[in-house]
Every structure is written in C-alpha cells, then in structure tokens.
Design a protein around this ligand. Structure first.
Ligand code: F6P
Ligand code: MN
Length: 360
C-alpha cells in the first residue's frame, strides 16, 4: 500500500486512536482504490473474527462446537461444524465489502460476491480446527489480491508476491491479528471489552538464526532425503553439521506455529512425503502458504517449497497443495540448499549417497 497520505472519508474514523486498526488501515490506504478496498476487507474480517473469537471463547457452552457436520441439535436444527460456521460468518461479512471473488477452503469453487469489486479474497476460515476440542490456539488465514481483468480464476492463479495484503487472526489466550500490507508485519490485539483491535507491535522481525524446528516427526519414514537429512543433522546437535543443539515443537496448528516463530524465531517444515495424497505436502498454496509466506518475508524471514520461493509459485488449481518450509531466513536458506544438493537427487543409488555440501 502507498505510504500514509490523506485520510479517506468513506471509512469511519470516529473514536479511532492512532494505534487502532481502523485508524492505521485508513491512513495507510490513502486514496488508492484497491488499497481502500483491501482496508475495508480487513476491517470486515476483523469484525467477523471478533464474533468468532467470542463464540470460540465460550467453548462447548457456545453450542456451536460440534466438529462433525450434519449433527442435529436439541431443537432439531442441523448443526454446522465450526469450519463451516466460520466460513458462513466470513462470507456474510465480505458481502458488505468490495470483494469481487471469494475463495475458501470450505468452498469447492470461487464465489462471486460484488460484481465490480476491486479485490479477491482467499481464506482458510478455521485453520487447525482439529485442535478445538483440546483448547489449543487456532486461527483464520486470509490473502487479498487486486481483482484481475481476466476474471475470477486469474485473480487467484498468480504469484503470491502480487498480494495486496495478507494476515491471520489467532484465537488463543488472547486474540491477535498479524497483518501485512507490504510494508512490514504488524501485530494487533483484540480487546474483548471494547471489541476493537489495537497495535501491539509494529514491524516485527524474525531472528535470522534459530535453534528450534517444528515438524511432524511421526512422518519421518515417509520423508524424502533432503528433509530427512536436514532433520537428522538437527538431531545430531552440537556434534552434527549444524554444530548446535536443537529444540523441537509441533502443535499441528499452522497459525499457532507461525505465531511462535514470529515471537521467538524457528523454522517450520511441512514437506512433501511418500504417503498417498502427500506428494505435494499437506498445506494449501492459495489460502495457507502464500499469505503466511508474505507475512514471513515482510518480517525478514523466508518461505520455500523446497527449491522454490513460495511467493514465486503460480497456482494452477484452487485447492492446490504445496510443501511449506518457513521461518528464520538463514535456516530456511539452509533447507533450500539441502534440496539442491545433487546427492539427494539420486536417493536410491548408494554410489551417489555420500554427503556433499553439508559435511564440511
Ligand atoms: O490446515 C492444516 C493443518 O491443520 C495445519 O494447521 C497444521 O499445520 C497441519 O494441518 C497439521 O498436520 P498434521 O496433522 O499432519 O500434523
Ligand atoms: Mn488450515
């Protein structure tokens, strides 16, 4: 978004102080129509996330915690899973914004909302929702593109580097919004008393180096050589090629994992592996990997699929999966080099299985 210029008038500033999400977004958007549209989208998402956070905060008392769709509640109504409910709340919120196209993990196809809208919004409405019952942090991830003249598909099938804005809401002990509009990554926190988000940290940065990695290690036997060797080398600790001891984490909630990395560094890996259905990893490119990569790069980190930068990838299908590795830049660059080591390209030929780049 362009730097702060004058204040748009159609977005209400009433009562907004300089650290409020409303004030900051309106100030940053200036007169640029696409940026103003993106600002309206973020504010609408923030309202939906506020409601969602209150609902989630009531836990099983909220009556909407059925994890399976199609259950009947005591009144005979069909209960929706929270994923579907969150999606419905977000679609309703976006109907009041200049959103032309809406893509979601919960929708088979792209929805058209406002015919002449200037932006296209992709959302993972409730990321990590399998963790709801264990009361672990979950979130809502979003990505905002300018609408393409070539229509709905073209608005999303483009490199993540063309995003106007991206962010996630994390519903944890407190609810926070981590947001980028391409000028750094900022953290806002929801005050449940006033139902408003205020700036908690501007221009956060991920430490370049780390001693912490996150991966679902139960898949070890399915990994391909680059990731398996990288992790073996982490396990080897101070005696191994990384020459230091590592700590390991796995929450199985992408937003929670990302938030930890923003707060104290680290790397996250969800690789492709040999299991059926995991040849391209697990996470979705358009509404998970691309927005997280934008936030991470804006905080000085890096995100790759193995050999390639995530923000350079061009999706060819709406729910396309991608391997995803992100976090502290030095370590992610190292993971990339493991993917480029010719020794690992011939994983079945013992002759070529001697280590090249990393045992020096
Ligand atoms: O959205 C997919 C997701 O729930 C992420 O939040 C999380 O990182 C991942 O899946 C966990 O996958 P697994 O259960 O295979 O460890
Ligand atoms: Mn998800």
């Amino acid at each position: 978004m362009p730097a702060l210029t004058d204040r748009p008038t159609s977005l209400k500033t009433d009562g907004a102080c300089a650290s409020s999400l409303t004030y900051r977004l309106m100030s940053q958007a200036g007169r640029n129509p696409e940026c103003r549209s993106a600002a309206k989208v973020v504010l609408s998402l923030a309202r939906a996330a506020t409601e969602l956070s209150l609902l989630l905060g009531r836990g099983p008392l909220g009556g909407a915690h059925a994890t399976a769709t199609g259950n009947q509640n005591v009144d005979g109504d069909v209960q929706k899973s929270l994923d579907v409910l969150a999606n419905d709340m977000i679609v309703e919120a976006l109907r009041r914004t200049p959103t032309a196209y809406y893509a979601s993990e919960e929708e088979d196809a792209i929805l058209t909302l406002a015919q002449n809208g200037l932006v296209a919004v992709a959302v993972d409405p409730l990321d990590g929702s399998s963790n709801i019952d264990s009361n672990v942090s979950i979130g809502t991830i979003f990505s905002i593109f300018p609408t393409s003249r070539d229509g709905a598909t073209a608005s999303f099938f483009r490199p993540g580097s063309e995003q106007l804005a991206a962010g996630y809401f994390i519903y944890g002990p407190h609810t926070a919004l981590v947001l980028t509009t391409g000028h750094g990554t900022d953290v806002y926190v929801l005050d449940p008393l006033t139902k408003s988000f205020s700036l908690a940290a501007a221009h956060i940065s991920i430490p370049r180096e780390t001693q912490e990695f996150a991966i679902n290690a139960s898949n070890y036997r399915h990994w391909f050589d680059p990731v398996r060797t990288f992790i073996d080398d982490c396990y080897a600790g101070a005696e191994g090629p990384h020459a230091k001891d590592f700590n390991m984490r796995w929450i199985a909630s992408l937003v929670a994992e990302t938030h930890r990395i923003f707060m104290r560094g680290g790397v996250f890996l969800y690789p492709a592996d040999a299991r059926k259905g995991y040849q391209q990893g697990r996470l979705r490119l358009i509404y998970e990997a691309a927005p997280i990569a934008f936030l991470v790069e804006q905080a000085g980190g890096f995100a790759i699929d193995g050999p390639n930068r995530i923000l350079d990838l061009v999706p060819t299908s709406l729910h396309q999966r991608t391997p995803l590795h992100f976090g502290s830049a030095d370590k992610v660059n190292k993971i990339r080099r493991y993917h480029e080591d010719p020794a690992f390209l011939r994983r079945t030929a013992p002759l070529f299985n001697t280590r090249g780049l990393f045992n020096a």
